[in-house]
Each structure stands twice: as C-alpha cells, then as structure tokens.
Ligand binder design. Structure first.
Ligand SMILES: O=C[C@H](O)COP(=O)(O)O
Length: 251
C-alpha cells in the first residue's frame, strides 16, 4: 500500500531565513540540478511566501505553503493570514495545528477543526499536525491524546476533500531537541493514526516530524506507514534539504 503514497519532504522554515539566506538556498538548489523523485515542499514565514513562489518556480519542483492560517476567510483579525488569500496567491498547502501553535499560542483542537475545514473549503492541501508531549508519553497517554486530536481536529471532514489532507505526527519531545523518535516508536503511532482515519485510510500521507536529519531519515522512511518528513532545522540549508530529498527519492 505504501506505493500508493508519494514520499513528501516538507521543510517548515518556522520564523527563520532572511532574503539573503533564501536567495542562497535557491542558488544552491538550482546548481544541484537534482531531479526530485519525491515531493519537495517548503513552508516559509508568511511574509516570504510570494518571493518563494517566484524562486521555486525557477527550480520547477518545489511547492510552497503556509505555516498557519485563520479559521475564516476575511475580517477584522489583525496579524492573521487568510486561507482565501493563500489560495488566491496559488499557495498549495498549509500546516495546521503545529505543536508550536498549540502550545505557544494556545490553539485548541476545536479551533484547529475550523481552520482545517476552512482551508479545505478553499481547496488548500492541509498538513494537520498531532503529537504528544513528554509528560503525556510518560503517562502512557500518547494514543489517547492523538485520538482526541484526530477526532476533534478532523471532525466533519468532507469525504470529497479527504484527499487534500496529510497528517504529521510530531512528538513534541522530539522537536528541535535532537531526540528523534526511533523508527519503531514512530511507526507504532503512524499505524495507530492510519487505523483511526475515517476516509482514505490507505491513501493518506502520514509524515513524521521531530529532529529529522540526513543521517536518520532512511530508517524512518523504510517503515510501512511513514510517508515522509516534516523537517524544521535540517530544511534551512539547501545541502541538507537536498540530501533529505535524495534519500527519499530512492526509498
Ligand atoms: O515542523 C517541524 C518540526 O517542528 C520539527 O522541527 P525539527 O526538525 O527542527 O526538530
């Protein structure tokens, strides 16, 4: 079944990169002239989406997305990003429910559900993130927490939009800490998530995120239910991002 699902390497640049660094990234990517056999996506901060779309166009194979969007299309929401505007700009995907949005900005499953449904209404692909904290894992609550995140966050998901949804499993304790979940730990949760999906069980891409690097991605991608990676730190430099994509292209 894994071959039904293209491998995705998604760079989440978070609140990083200057214009100079972005130019360097694309100069390096263009020099490498790599034929990508995996899907390579990047989510820069909102301010850089338009310029990245132009630069990505020249490399031909990188899709550009957003790291977050509002739960409605327009209105008096200072500082928010409209999913309608994202779709209008030709943005391909949006990350919703990243653990940094959940923990730092207090976004709850109910709000995330509104965001997911509204992004889908605008035909954006959605990477919906789930994952447990260290305290939840140690209390043996991993599956309970993730089930709740899936049940509430994907409530009322229209069957005809399910093909636009990807899931990212990101154990919070592995994000930016250098502690990657073992391939076995990740696969156990990915298989659980797949079992809980109501629509498109076999077709839905499930990414792993949390300290993914060129030297640990191979064993993760070899697992049946791990279809790619959501990568923070190691997506910022073209050399690492390219290496991740090269490894993903031969799995
Ligand atoms: O969205 C990406 C994740 O938060 C992982 O970040 P990281 O690769 O820097 O641990």
């Amino acid at each position: 079944m894994k071959n039904l699902r293209p491998i995705h390497i998604v760079g989440n640049w978070k609140m990083n990169q200057t214009m100079h660094e972005i130019s360097e990234f694309f100069i390096e990517m263009t020099k490498m002239k790599m034929e990508l056999k995996c899907k390579a996506w990047i989510a820069p901060q909102a301010l850089h989406i338009a310029i990245l779309k132009e630069m990505a166009f020249t490399t031909g194979s990188i899709q550009v997305g957003a790291q977050n969007c509002a739960e409605v299309d327009s209105g008096a929401l200072t500082g928010e990003t409209s999913p309608l505007a994202l779709a209008d700009m030709g943005v391909e995907f949006v990350i919703i429910g990243h653990s940094e949005r959940r923990t730092i900005y207090g976004e709850k499953n109910e709000l995330l559900n509104q965001k997911v449904l509204n992004a889908l209404k605008n035909d954006l692909k959605v990477i919906y993130c789930v994952g447990e904290t260290l305290a939840e894992r140690e209390a043996n609550d991993t599956f309970k927490v993730i089930e709740e995140q899936l049940n509430v966050g994907l409530h009322n998901l229209p069957a005809d939009k399910a093909h636009l949804v990807l899931i990212a499993y990101e154990p919070v304790w592995a994000i930016g800490t250098g502690k990657v979940a073992s391939a076995e730990q990740a696969e156990e949760v990915h298989a659980f998530i797949r079992g809980k999906l109501e629509h498109l069980k076999d077709e839905t891409v499930i990414l792993y995120g949390g300290s993914v690097k060129p030297d640990n991605i191979d064993s993760l991608l070899r697992k049946d239910n791990i279809d790619g990676a959501l990568v923070g730190g190691a997506s910022l430099k073209a050399k690492d991002f390219r290496q991740l994509c090269s490894i993903a292209s031969v799995i």
